[in-house]
Design a protein around this ligand. Structure first.
Ligand code: DAH
Length: 455
């Protein structure tokens, strides 16, 4: 029986689920009808009780736990059906047929005190065992209910006693109940203390805390902030504009008419517009904010415009369909090419270091005249010539120039009175030069091994 039972308990995890309840019922019936009934009244009783309801952990609890692990359905079945198993000892002890036989044999109840006392002391063994081995509050609650429930032990033993026996049984019940409450209270304290002790044992207060890594600013964000700091210190303000633009602001007002070749590498990402509405596109540069700003205010203007721009480019080490620019614009009375050159040189030295020299190379942009490319001495070789600068000693930084008077025509500025300059910084490019990054895609892949280098 023992081996078979152990085998069954161990196989609860694998057995066909629908077969389990019947098998458990069989086993508990067998137990109540043979093992338990046979042991009652002998020295073996306490052992049997201990084996089933006691510790290590006790077959009853083992079965319940395995059923709980197996499935929620079996767990709830166990809750209701295993009450029978819990009640079995009480039922065996207070077996009515024995009682009836006794009464018949003795021709009526003649106050067999010893019998009643024997029953209660057996019950005591059972309840002490189960309470004192309950190591969780949940188990204690089950025992409490087992005593008081409508279906429980107490209602079962309180009813239908022969008149003569009632007084003694009533007294025994009362005594027993007091004792049980005491044991339950004690055990509740024990359980709470062990739980607290276990929690304390698990906590090692000398362990260092969980280190939560601080995030860091993205390298592009760091470049934005660095450039903003430099121009704020020169009296510029930072403005932002829409990423969805009209062709007018993105092109026409910047002196790039519809069929101008300068549109070729920028004519891109148009959005479907409702019939009659003017089309929109994702801005290809931050320059439209030059126009939007000048439309709204008369000089002096000193702004920078950080933001995202979009182009129909296939992604590779130097291209992306989205990248970042910072536009710059200064317009005032009497701004000369010297102011422009001084500002550019100051910015480059602040950004790349005091040893870096700049040079301006003639170039072309429709909205500046003259236009230049700003070059710097190569930051990697100091101007001696290396792979990055293709042995030239110089690297291209950004485009710039004096604002073309044609642009003032679009914004109602008096071109005779005002002059100014503009520049367009590529944030990816400047970051790449500052940190020697060889692939633009790294910025957008969110690989922490890359990002961690900029903490
Ligand atoms: N908008 C130009 C581009 O995206 C960059 C640029 C060049 C901006 C010269 C300027 C400038 O303000 O003066 O390619």
């Amino acid at each position: 029986m023992t081996q078979e039972l152990n085998d069954f308990i161990n196989s609860i995890g694998e057995l066909e689920e629908s077969l389990i309840p019947r098998r458990v019922e069989q086993i508990t019936d067998d137990f109540a009808n043979s093992e338990l009934s046979e042991a009652f009244g002998t020295d073996a009783f306490a052992d049997v009780i201990d084996r089933w309801y006691g510790n290590q952990p006790g077959l009853l609890w083992e079965i319940i736990e395995k059923l709980r692990d197996r499935s929620p359905a079996l767990a709830s079945w166990a809750n209701s059906s295993l009450r029978k198993l819990l009640k079995a000892p009480a039922e065996v002890i207070f077996d009515r047929s024995v009682l009836e036989r006794n009464i018949k044999e003795k021709n009526g109840w003649n106050a067999p005190d010893e019998d009643v006392k024997r029953w209660f002391s057996a019950l005591r063994i059972y309840l002490h065992t189960i309470v004192e081995n309950a190591d969780t509050q949940a188990k204690l609650d089950i025992v409490k209910q087992l005593w008081t429930n409508r279906e429980g032990i107490r209602p079962a033993i309180s009813k239908e006693w022969p008149v003569d026996a009632r007084k003694l049984v009533g007294l025994e019940i009362k005594r027993f109940e007091e004792e049980l409450n005491q044991v339950l209270t004690n055990q509740t304290v024990v359980v709470a203390n062990t739980k607290a002790a276990r929690a304390r044992a698990r906590e090692d207060l000398s362990l260092p805390g969980v280190v939560r890594p601080f995030g860091s600013r993205h390298p592009l964000r760091q470049t934005f902030e660095e450039i903003e700091r430099i121009f704020l210190s020169l009296g510029y303000s930072v403005v932002a504009g829409p990423e969805m633009e009209t062709p007018y602001y993105n092109f026409e007002a910047l002196n790039i008419p519809e069929h101008h070749p300068a549109r070729d590498n920028m004519d891109t990402f148009y959005m479907a517009a409702p019939a009659g509405a003017s089309p929109l596109l994702l801005r290809t540069h931050t320059s439209p904010m030059q126009v939007r700003t000048m439309e709204k205010q008369q000089p002096p203007v000193r702004i920078i415009v950080p933001g995202k721009v979009y182009r129909r480019d296939n992604p590779d080490a130097t291209h992306g369909f989205m990248f970042h620019q910072i536009e710059g614009l200064a317009v005032d009375t009497g701004i000369t090419f010297c102011d422009f050159k001084g500002t550019v040189e100051y910015f480059v030295r602040e950004f790349l270091g005091p040893k870096v020299k700049t040079r301006l190379r003639p170039s072309y942009f429709p909205f500046t005249e003259p236009s230049v490319e700003v070059d710097a001495t190569c930051v990697f070789c100091g101007g001696k010539g290396c792979n990055v600068c293709k042995q030239s000693g110089w690297i291209e930084l950004f485009g710039a120039g004096m604002v073309d008077p044609a642009v003032y025509g679009f914004v109602n500025y008096d071109a005779k009175k005002f002059s100014g300059f503009a520049f367009g910084l590529g944030v990816e490019r400047l970051t790449q030069l500052k940190y020697n990054i060889n692939d633009l895609q790294l910025y957008f892949q969110n690989d922490v091994r890359f990002l961690r280098q900029f903490v």
